[in-house]
Design a protein around this ligand. Structure first.
Ligand SMILES: [Zn+2]
Length: 278
């Protein structure tokens, strides 16, 4: 699933590809992706003659702005955007197409069909679900160490599920939570409220640092991610623990273990991330 850095990379790529283009028609082949308005015909009609003016991001959501509207798009597990010429064929996994007046089209492809789109009048997008429930962006001024500490002290949860909660901080997913906890030497099953002051200082730093390294990496190689089919791909930071179960810890050589925390596959080093402080 794309997390903040991947969505940011997609945002920057889309910005170069589609800003300024005018929509002449919208096709929707899988109406359940469109969550608002309820009537898919309204969604399609509203966007005709609209020009794409900007693309923002909030957490893992893309916000595609047109003259009048804000289209909020969440890619969930498998959603992908790509820019194509209209004569190029598309497959059965392409569910939404924004046809532009210049003969190109932005296609949304989603094998699992879990992605969502909400259309709001510009200005209303942040006042309503899904964006209204999101916590601060990790790179924003609101995300301070004190803020994080207050939130963690209030929850009975373990640290990993607390960090996955998008209302506390938005944009972290399974991969970067595992990475940030490793880098801060915190066991994923520690109770969030048990973290010491110094641990929270480090965790706060590592959340920002891990995500910003990943964003920088994506940003620096952005062009290589649009492949010959116009599909925007993913990059990945070199990961220290995620997906490395059974391999040696890059810091101490202990084998990385995998467990399940809050229903999510979780990778950690049993030596660097002690659970004894529970
Ligand atoms: Zn280790």
């Amino acid at each position: 699933m794309p997390e903040l850095p991947e969505v940011e990379t997609i945002r920057r790529t889309l910005l170069e590809l589609v800003v300024g283009k005018e929509i002449k028609k919208v096709s929707v082949f899988w109406p359940k992706i469109i969550k608002k308005p309820i009537e898919v015909e309204q969604f399609k009609d509203a966007l005709v003659n609209e020009k794409i003016t900007d693309i923002n991001r909030r957490g893992k959501f893309l916000i595609i702005y047109t003259d009048t509207f804000a289209l909020i798009s969440h890619l969930r597990m498998e959603g992908k955007y790509g820019l194509f010429k209209e004569e190029e064929p598309f497959d059965k996994h392409t569910h939404v197409i924004f046809h532009f007046t210049d003969g190109t089209e932005l296609r949304y492809r989603d094998v699992r069909k879990f992605g969502t789109m909400h259309l709001f009048l510009k200005g209303e997008e942040h006042l309503n679900l899904p964006l209204s429930q999101l916590g601060p962006e990790p790179f924003s001024q609101a995300f301070t160490k004190t803020y994080l500490q207050e939130k963690l002290l209030k929850t009975e949860r373990k640290i990993k599920p607390a960090l996955l909660d998008q209302t506390i901080v938005t944009g972290l997913g399974n991969i970067y939570v595992d990475e940030a906890l490793f880098r801060a030497s915190i066991h994923p099953e520690r109770k969030a409220k048990s973290l010491k002051d110094q641990e929270i200082v480090l965790l706060h730093q590592e959340i920002i640092q891990t995500l910003s390294e990943a964003v920088d990496k994506g940003g620096s190689t952005i062009r290589s991610y649009v492949n010959s089919q116009g599909q925007i791909g993913m990059f990945q930071l070199q990961l220290l623990v995620y997906g490395r179960n059974g391999e040696e810890c890059r810091r101490c050589g202990t084998l990385i273990e995998k467990t399940v925390v809050g229903g999510r596959g979780t990778h950690y080093c049993p030596t660097c991330q002690k659970s004894s402080l529970k």
